[in-house]
Design a protein around this ligand. Sequence first.
Ligand code: ADP
Ligand code: ASP
Ligand code: MG
Length: 814
Amino acid sequence: MKVLKFGGTSVGSSKNINKVINILTNYSKTDSVVCVVSAVGGITDKLLVAGDLAKNKDEDFNEAFKTIKEIHISIVKELIPTKNEPIISYVQEKLNELKSLLDGIFLINELSPKTSDKLVSFGELLSSFIIAETMKSRDISAERKNSQDIVVTNSNFTKAEVDYKITDKNILEYFKSAKERITILPGFVSRSKSGEQTTLGRGGSDFTAAIIAAALNVTQLEIWTDVSGMFTTNPKLVKQAYPIEKISYQEAMELSHFGAKVLYPPTVQPVLDLNIPIHIKNTLDPEAIGTIISNKDAHSTSPVKGISNINNIALLTLQGSGMIGIPGFSRRLFETLSQEKINVIMITQASSEHSICLGIEEKDAHAAKAAIDTTFENEIELHKIDPIIVERDLSIIALVGDNMKNHQGISGKMFSTLGKNNINIRAIAQGASEKNISAVILQCDVKKALNTLHEQFFEIKTKQLNVFITGVGNVGEKLVEQIKQQRKYLKENLKINLRIAGLSNSRTMIFNEDGIDLNNWKDLLKEGEKASLQGFFEKTKTLNLRNSIFVDVTANYDVANLYANYLRSSIAVVACNKIACSSDYENYKLLKRLSLKYNAPLLFETNVGAGLPIIDTLNNLIASGDKVNSIQAVLSGSLNYVFNNFNNTTKFHDVVKQAGVEGYTEPDPRIDLSGVDVARKILILARESGVEMNLEDIENIPFLSESGLKSDSVNDFYETLIADEAHYQKLFASAKANNCQLKYVAKFDNGKASVSLQEIPIGHPFSNLEGSDNIVMFYTQRYPKQPMIIKGAGAGADVTASGLFADIIRVGNE
Ligand code: ADP
Ligand code: ASP
Ligand code: MG
C-alpha cells in the first residue's frame, strides 16, 4: 500500500486533477493507493477571507462566496462534462451549507476558531468529493472516505492535536475492509472527541497523509506538490535554488520549521520512528527525481543543506538591570506567552542576562506586549526592567545542515556574507545541536539575503554582479557592448555572472532585476520611464540586489553628488566622471571613508589615463609600502592629440575641432584646453599618493590667449581660436626654434603640483608620444632614478569603456 498526498496546486484545476488521476491509476495497477488531497489551490485562503468579510459585516462576502462556488462548479463541469447532475447537485448542496454558515457569521458578527474550522473544512471536503466522483465516473475503482470520521483530535481549534491511539485504530479498521484500489481522503480536516469539526493547522494535509502512512506502516509516503522537491532554498525567491536529492528527517524538519513551506513541519514526526521515507514529487513534472527524506545516505559532505526563511516576525526584547542574576524572569516570560498560546520561534539571551530576545509571529505581537507588560507591571514601575520593546517587519533566515557542527567558520561566513551586502542582523541564534544557525533581519532584505547566502554556500564561486549604468553616450554604449560580448567568457572563466540591471541616459531609464536584455537594450531604453538621478538611485537601492555596482559614465556634477548615497547603501561606485575625486578634499575623504565603512568599493581608474592601469599601479605601490617622490606626466589625450597635429601648416582652431569630432575632448573643450582637466588628474594622483591637496593648490600656467580664457560659451571660444591663430603659431614656432615639441605636462613634486604647456626636447620620454597617448612616470623610493613608466592610449571611447569594465571586474574580485 502507498500513501500519496496532493497539494493545492496539484488539485487546483481540472487539468491538474487529470494529471493526479493519471498518476493514481498508474500506481493502482500494482498496489492499492491511499490518496490525501488538499483543497483546490487558494480555496482555504478564500474561505477565510469570506469569513472575515462576513464577520466584519461587509456584504462583499457574497462576492467572495460566489467566486468559491464558481471555481468548484466549473471544475466539476470540466472534469465530468456529461451526466454530472447528481454530482453538481451534491456540490451545490454543500455550497448552500457554506453559504448558510457565512450568513450566520454575518448575522452574529463573530467568527470563533471553532466556526473558522467548520468554514475551512469545506475546501478539502469538496475537493476530495469531486476527485473521487470524477474517478468513479471514469470507472476507476475509487472511494472517498471522510478523514473527519477517522482522524480524532482535541478541541484545540485551528491547530488541533491528534489522539493517535484512537486515530490509528480507526485507520487500521477502515483500511482492513476497504475494497477499492484507490481511497481518496480530505487532508487537513479532523474531528474532536466530542464530535466538533477541527483542523490540523495551515498546510496540514501533509500531516494527514503522514498520520495515515504511519498507522498503516507503509513503505513510502509521497508528497506531491508544485515544485520538484525540497529545494536548497525557496525557489520562488532564488532562481538558482535546486532540489536536494536526499535529506535527513532532522534537516527536513528544521528547514520546514524555519519556513520551507513545501513540507508542513509536524509531518515528519509520525513517520520518523518507523523510518518511513518521505518522497517529495512534482505533479507538474512527474519525471523529476524529487527529494527523499530519510536517514539513509542523507548525510552529504556539504555542511549546509538548505536555507529557509520565515516572514512576518516580530522581535520582543525584555531588558533591564533588574534582570541580572535574579532567577525566574525567563520562566515568567515564557509562562505568560504560553498562557496566551503564543508560539516562540526563536530565543536569544545575552550572556550578561541583561536582556532576552524572542522571535514570534507578528500577528501575536500586540497580545504578547500587553500580556508581558502586565506580568512585569511591578518591575517596570520600579524601573528594574523596561517595558517590552517590539520590533516589526522582520524575518528569520536559517542555515540548516546536520553536518554544520563538524565544520568551522560557517557562521562567520554567513554573517560576513550578510554584512558585505549591508544586511543588518538584529538577532542571532544557534541551536545547541548546531543543525541550524538563524538570524533575524529586516523583511525587505530577505530576498537579497537568501540570494547572497545561496551564492556563498551552493553556487560554487559563481558571483553575480548587478551593474547600474548612468550615461550611455559614446563611452557608456561601448561599455554595454563590451559587457554583452564578454558575459559568456566571464561566466565560464572567472565565474562572474555580470548583468546590467539598470540603464539610464539623460532622457529615460530602465531596470530589470533579472538583467536587461542586451540584444535590444537601445529599444528598451527608448521606451523606458523618464530619467531622474534621484529616481535612479532610489530604484537601485530598492531593488536591493546583491553585489550592486553603480557606474557613472557622465561628466555630471549632480551624478557625482549622489556617490555618498550609493556608498551608504553598500552599492559600489565605478566612475569615469572625475568631479567627485577632484572635488573638495573633505568630500573626497568622506567618500573614501564611506567606501570602507559600507564595504562598497569606490573605483575610478578611468579618471586618469582612460584604460591605462595608472591608479591601480599607484595604489599597489603605496599598499606595498612604497612612497612617491615625484610624478611627471602627460595626462591629456586631447591636448596630446592637439599638439601632435598642430604645426605651421594647420590651424589651431581646426585641430581642436577635429579632436572634438574624434571624441578626444570633453563636450566643452575649454575644460581640456584651460588645463583644468589635467589639473584634476594630477590632483587625483597626488591624493592617491597620500597627499592632502585641493584643486586651488595646483599651479595652472595657461597657454590660451587672453580672450580664449575669458570666453563665455563654447562657440565664443572657437571664435577666439580663429582670431588668435597668431598667438598659437608663436608657441609652435618657439618650440620648433628650440628643437623641441609642445607637450602639456603635469608635475607633482615635493607636495606641490603644476600643469603647463612645455617645450620638450627631442629624446625626452615625453617627446615621442603619439596620437592621444598618455605617459606617467612615477619616481618613488623604490624607483628613485629609473621611474616606473606607464604609457599608452589615454583617451577614446573604447579604452575608457574597457577601463570601466576592468574596475567592474575588480569589484567582482574583491
Ligand atoms: P502544496 O499546496 O502542494 O502543499 P505548498 O504551497 O504548501 O504546496 O508548498 C510548496 C511551495 O513551498 C513551493 O511552491 C514553494 O513556493 C514553497 N517553498 C518554500 N521553501 C521551499 C523549499 N526550500 N523547497 C521547495 N519549496 C519551497
Ligand atoms: N488547505 C489547507 C491550507 O491551505 C491545508 C493544506 O493545503 O495542506 O492550509
Ligand atoms: Mg502545503
